[in-house]
Each structure stands twice: as structure tokens, then as C-alpha cells.
Design a protein around this ligand. Sequence first.
Ligand code: ADP
Length: 219
Amino acid sequence: MKQNFAVIGLGRFGTSICRVLATEQQEVLAIDINEDRVNDLADVATEAIVADAQDEETLRSLEIGKFDHVIVAIGKNIQANILVTLIVKELGVPDITTKAENDTHARVLARIGADQVVHPERDMGARVAHHLLSPNILNYLAINDDVTMAEVKITSSAFVGKSLIELNFHQRFGLTVIAIQHGDNVIVSPAGSDVVQLNDEISVVGPTQAVEELNDRMN
Ligand code: ADP
């Protein structure tokens, strides 16, 4: 489904969002106060505009309120980031994603109605740290403080050549296996009879502690 996105602030984060949305054939309006940044995206976005997003009249004239999603990707200037989020909220945008620089900033953004508050540097730092500590965990998504979804590489011979029924992840670890990736082949929602091979990547969901326990068994 084609949707309308406006990305405000074309630093590394905003630019990366624009590029992926454009690749996925979505309508993207890219806005930045800096002309060079806008020019860099002129061939990528549906429309790229030089504007100060803190100016409410400008956002009104761009009919920002009619966009399905607005991404406020202004980073270091926290005041501008908050003000722009507030204006797009008041203009009636139904879904707003804003980048936060720190936890206090994130709280303010949630209070003024940002639907998603993201901390790219903090989250990426956490992912890298998890990967350093647990190289077998390839991907890691904290669903909440206690539940995690993770992709774990099978490197222990104790798991190799066994079916999910034999491995009994649910009873032994409290984990549900949602996918098995074997090379380029992905089995989503695998059956009990599906067998795990060396270097397969299994996606599991369950208590964070159980994911860590499974990872420990790979070493
Ligand atoms: P990143 O860490 O993602 O590179 P930056 O903070 O460096 O983020 O970049 C944010 C972008 O937001 C910059 O290109 C900057 O010109 C833009 N920006 C800052 N203030 C405004 C504003 N009031 N209106 C539009 N764009 C802005």
C-alpha cells in the first residue's frame, strides 16, 4: 500500500529513512533547512524542499496535516525537534515518529504526543554490546523489559540434526521458535518435525533470561 511520508531533518538518520521509503516506492516529502542536504535527496525523494520546519505557516502551506506519517529527524537541536513535533501534532498528523537525543527529551516527546520515540544511537549501542557479549545472538529486539525476540546461531553439536520436537525449546527454555533460517531458505512458523542444522539461525521469542540461557548452550 502506498502511503505519504514527510521526513523533517535530513541528517544521517533522516536521509537513511528517506532512502528506504523511496526504495519501497512510497511517497516521500523531504524537508531540511540546509540546501545541500535537500539537494542530496532531490533525486531520491518524491519532493525535496528547503524550509525551516519551526515555521508553522510553512508546514501548514505544505499541508503536513494530510500526511499519513511524519518523521521528525532533527537531532542535535532539541528545541527545534520538540517544537516541530508539537506543530505537526497540532496540525493533525495521525502518526509521528521522533528521534530523541536522551531520556528526558524522550519523555517530553511522549507527553506532547509523538507516537513513536526512537533513540537510534542508544539502541544501536545496546545491540552492538549484546552482540559483543553474545556473538551467537545475531539480532536482538527487546519487546519489553522481560521479553526478547532474538536470532540465535546454532553452533553446538547438541542441537544439530535434531527436530524441534526433540529439542523441545518450549519445555526446556520457555522459548517459542518462530523461524529457522538455513542458508537462503527461511522456514516461518516451523513444524515440530523440522530439523535444525549446524549454522542455522533460529528466531526465538520468550523471556530474556531464557534467550541468554540458550546462547550460553551454544558456547
Ligand atoms: P543526524 O545525527 O541524523 O545526522 P543531525 O542533528 O546532524 O542528525 O541532523 C539533523 C538535520 O536537521 C540537519 O540536516 C539540519 O539541517 C536539520 N534541521 C535542523 N533544524 C531544522 C529546522 N528547523 N527545519 C528543518 N531542518 C532542520
